[in-house]
Design a protein around this ligand. Structure first.
Ligand code: SF4
Ligand code: SF4
Length: 247
């Protein structure tokens, strides 16, 4: 980052979209730095970015559950007691309610709302599978985590470009899963080459690619093959069916 003598910055201008708490912290650090600057006190050496010591793993859940979770009702002191004493009216959640409320968290400590994933899926891939209205004010849309599974082809472009690893593609037990901070947005079956067993993209992704280019994995003789095996098989078919030169 470029340094300009006498210029101080804090908040989103430094960190990109982040939380109010981080902006307040940045403002305090900037105020201290200005004070030192005005009093000709050397600035301390600061880490370039805040150090995160630990992070709570996101809770895994389906998109439908995430969309339908409601804020638990706060237990309240009964009205008669509230009239006669100054006891705290909100009694607090029990553990079960706390856990339910925690499950609604959108994890803004992991996903920094840069909207790069939305833009890549919509503008670069032309798929527009990510419907996160709260991230993209220029293209207002209603947030719906469930809608992704209808269009997403698990190409992984969004995950590959998320610097915070908030949106990820995981491959396990023959299933490729797209997750945003633990919320499962899409699941697709992993395909394998029928010749060498190499892992292939999803059927939907292969169909998408075949519309864009011809040099892709496709079914030859009703067999699903990777590009290598496809090339080898094409060469073999070519040799076997080529007419022999008559001399
Ligand atoms: S998931 Fe990643 S790319 Fe998408 S908005 Fe969050 S931080 Fe940005
Ligand atoms: S993995 Fe799905 S959501 Fe991500 S860019 Fe590809 S199609 Fe869009």
């Amino acid at each position: 980052m470029m340094t300009i003598d006498g210029l101080f910055a804090a908040g989103d201008a430094v960190s990109g979209p982040a939380t109010v708490i981080e902006a307040i912290g940045g403002g305090k650090r900037a105020a201290e730095a200005i004070d030192r600057y005005l009093n000709n006190i050397p600035q301390p050496r600061m880490p370039k970015i805040p150090i995160r010591y630990n992070m709570e793993a996101p809770m895994e859940m389906s998109a439908s559950r995430k969309m339908t979770l409601k804020r638990p009702e706060m237990p309240m002191l009964n009205v008669d007691r509230r009239r006669t004493m100054f006891q705290q009216a909100e009694l607090g959640y029990d553990e079960k309610s706390v856990r339910r409320e925690a499950a609604r968290c959108l994890r803004c400590d992991i996903c920094r709302r840069c909207a790069k994933c939305v833009e890549i899926c919509r503008d670069k891939m032309g798929i527009d599978a990510l419907q996160f209205g709260y991230m993209d004010f220029d293209n207002p849309s209603e947030t719906d985590f469930r809608a992704t599974s209808e269009k997403c082809i698990t190409c992984g472009a969004c995950a590959a470009n998320c610097e915070n690893k908030a949106i990820v593609i995981e491959e396990a037990d023959d299933i490729r899963t797209l997750k945003l901070c633990g919320t499962i947005l899409n699941k697709q079956e992993i395909q394998y080459c029928e010749e060498c067993s190499a892992m292939l993209p999803s059927i939907e992704y292969m169909q998408f690619l075949s519309q864009k280019t011809s040099d892709v994995t496709k079914v030859i003789e009703n067999r699903l093959l990777c590009n290598n095996c496809q090339r080898k098989l094409s060469a073999k078919i070519n040799i076997e069916t080529r007419p022999v030169n008559q001399s």
